[in-house]
Design a protein around this ligand. Sequence first.
Ligand SMILES: C[S@@+](CC[C@H](N)C(=O)[O-])C[C@H]1O[C@@H](n2cnc3c(N)ncnc32)[C@H](O)[C@@H]1O
Ligand SMILES: [Mg+2]
Length: 311
Amino acid sequence: MASKLTNRLRALYTATNQHRILSSHTGAQTAFLFSSSRLASDVPSLSNPSSAPPPQIPQSVKTSSAPSSLNQNELAKFAAIAETWWNSEGPFKPLHAINPTRLAFIRSTLCRHFGRDQYSPKPFEGLKFVDVGCGGGILSEPLARMGATVTGVDAVEKNINIARLHADLDPSTSTIEYCCTTAEKLVEEQRTFDAVIALEVIEHVANPAEFCKSLATLTVSNGATVISTINRSMRAYATAIIAAEYLLHWLPKGTHQWSSFLTPEELVLILQRASVSVKEMAGFVFNPLTGRWSLSDDIGVNFIAFGTKNS
Ligand SMILES: C[S@@+](CC[C@H](N)C(=O)[O-])C[C@H]1O[C@@H](n2cnc3c(N)ncnc32)[C@H](O)[C@@H]1O
Ligand SMILES: [Mg+2]
């Protein structure tokens, strides 16, 4: 299994022609990877103009002694646009557009892992999932429709209120348990889940490594952890920031900080340190001709990782 994973990762990294395989990391390489994370201030920060007014601090969940994953500046951005979660033409349009593609990855990896029939209408029946940083519930709802018992948590209270209101519109989603809380709080409460999913959240948290530790602790032994984020590559700077925020206006300006992105290797390493072994990875690519997203071996910009918690 380990060599199969290694081969798969090697193929992916070779395909993107930009990085080396993880199993051959030396201590020096690892140190480089970690020292470059969050310190990449040498790239011009279009996404953080110094003239921008200070963001409003939202009402968000307070944490206790556990290291906090909260970054109040990031939370303020989401609080400011919380009402627009279910407007598929609004600021969350990219998440709506990418949703079927990321759900296809989740369905196929988790069905294989949990031995479920991926063509069944409710393949996740009997499994407990948590959607960390669930926002308005764009992902939690389809997961619940696929039969999972879903808990959705977000640090912004407004998001949770919107998510609850929307889920209540349909009996198949009104069963979702929504809470304004954090992964570290759930750890304190000793909650565990068969699958822990955090999509497009890690680039907005205060400490990605600690956040991954919390996600891993929430995952039952041999359970699944799924994370998606944006690669800290030049291509991502050009497309996910310059094009998406400044040229196409898909996202509000300042949504993303390039230096907060993680490379796939960094994500795999911090998950590995948290006892989660990444088994599969895929990229999301946008076809401007069809206007659709699809899964790809190209993990150069948007990517998703599926791992399992070591037993
Ligand atoms: C880009 S949105 C992604 C929403 C959802 N996961 C999706 O992909 O549809 C990021 C979400 O993470 C939440 N968030 C940011 N930091 C968080 C933290 N430390 N703990 C919990 N939620 C957080 C934000 O409030 C926001 O709703
Ligand atoms: Mg993001």
